[in-house]
Design a protein around this ligand. Structure first.
Ligand code: TRP
Length: 335
């Protein structure tokens, strides 16, 4: 089976409204990857239902993530944009991987422990086996690289272990061992109200996050009210230690502007946060408003979104089908 050398797979869950953390941590990076890699961008609805999703909302969020991809600059003609549940090979390979992965490996997954918390007897089985499906998403395309944020590194490690074990057990060289691609500034965007917590759709305060659907006024208000400390911006990066809110705003600025944190600090050192926040608000509006406008336009043209997904589904299947067939043949299934 011919192996690709630079193929990317990544997934975004359609499980809530998209915020700045999703954009800077994932989607914005995808845009820059499309130049150098063959890209598969997947809306992972099978992952979303590991916790309860309202059926009507799920359908509209699935389209919304697709719209966000396109509005952010991912070219649907050059890349494969598709929905996970429409390419059945993901779920089929995930079952095969459930029989490769070991209980001990999955028991170590910190995200499951965090999400299940004290409720571990009452969460879905899917939430536990979530990482084997993620491994299938990646390996069904023989992807070589996966852009990951901090919170997904452990799942990628597990994917590598599954690929390795499958290859060893069956003495084949089918699956690549995919490499993580880690991004620069602001891959981890924190809450605007508490710099020690990740920006999240589940935070009760609207002021903790900037949504991709926010108006310019919303964005300006939220940045104005963002928590900071009374000191001005520091002289250098060391001056950010134990100032999580200051660090977060500066790294958001750096990421939106595509410059280093050092560069932002050197430009603003000694200045008051009120001045910095005004510039950050202008920058955020100038970068996000066009995306919001385009997303709204796309969401009014559902038939276009569905046509993109339909083409994406066919292109994805063309790659996934033979890989699944080969995997089944190796295992010893009748064809
Ligand atoms: N688990 C990822 C998240 O919650 C989403 C995801 C599913 C994914 N499949 C993937 C990411 C494959 C990268 C590659 O963010």
């Amino acid at each position: 089976m011919e192996k690709p050398t630079n193929r990317i797979l990544s997934g975004v869950q359609p499980s809530g409204d998209l915020h700045l953390g999703n954009y800077l941590g994932a989607i914005k990076n995808f845009v820059s990857l499309q130049k150098d890699y063959e890209c598969f961008f997947c809306v992972v609805d099978l992952h979303a239902i590991t916790v309860w999703q309202e059926p009507k909302v799920l359908a509209s969020k699935t389209r919304e993530v697709t719209a966000a991809f396109i509005a952010s600059g991912i070219d649907p003609n050059k890349n494969n944009i598709f929905v996970q549940s429409q390419v059945p090979q993901h779920a089929q390979l995930a079952w095969l991987f459930n029989c490769v992965a070991r209980m001990g490996w999955l028991n170590r997954m910190t995200q499951f422990k965090d999400k299940a918390g004290k409720n571990s007897e009452n969460v879905s089985v899917g939430l536990f086996s979530y990482p084997t499906l993620m491994a299938a998403d990646i390996l069904i395309y023989l992807a070589t690289h996966v852009p990951v944020g901090d919170d997904q590194k452990q799942h990628l490690e597990l994917t590598r272990d599954i690929a390795q074990k499958f290859n060893n057990d069956f003495k084949v060289d089918l699956f690549p061992i995919p490499e993580p691609l880690i991004f620069g500034e602001a891959t981890r965007v924190m809450s605007l109200r508490d710099g020690s917590k990740k920006m999240s759709k589940s935070d009760p305060s609207d002021y903790s996050r900037i949504m991709l659907t926010d108006t310019a006024e919303n964005i300006i208000q939220k940045i104005k009210k963002a928590k900071t400390d009374p000191q001005p911006l520091p002289q250098n990066i060391d001056g950010l230690s134990s100032r999580p809110e200051a660090e977060n705003l500066i790294s958001i600025f750096a990421s939106l502007q595509d410059v280093s944190i050092e560069k932002v600090i050197s430009e603003y050192s000694g200045k008051e946060f009120s001045i910095f926040k005004k510039d950050l608000a202008d920058l955020a509006v100038s970068k996000l408003e066009p995306i919001t406008v385009e997303m709204n336009k796309l969401m009014n043209d559902i038939s276009y979104i569905d046509s993109v997904l339909s083409i994406g589904k066919e292109k994805a299947k063309q790659v996934a089908e033979p890989v699944l067939a080969k995997t089944k043949e190796i295992i010893g299934f009748l064809s």
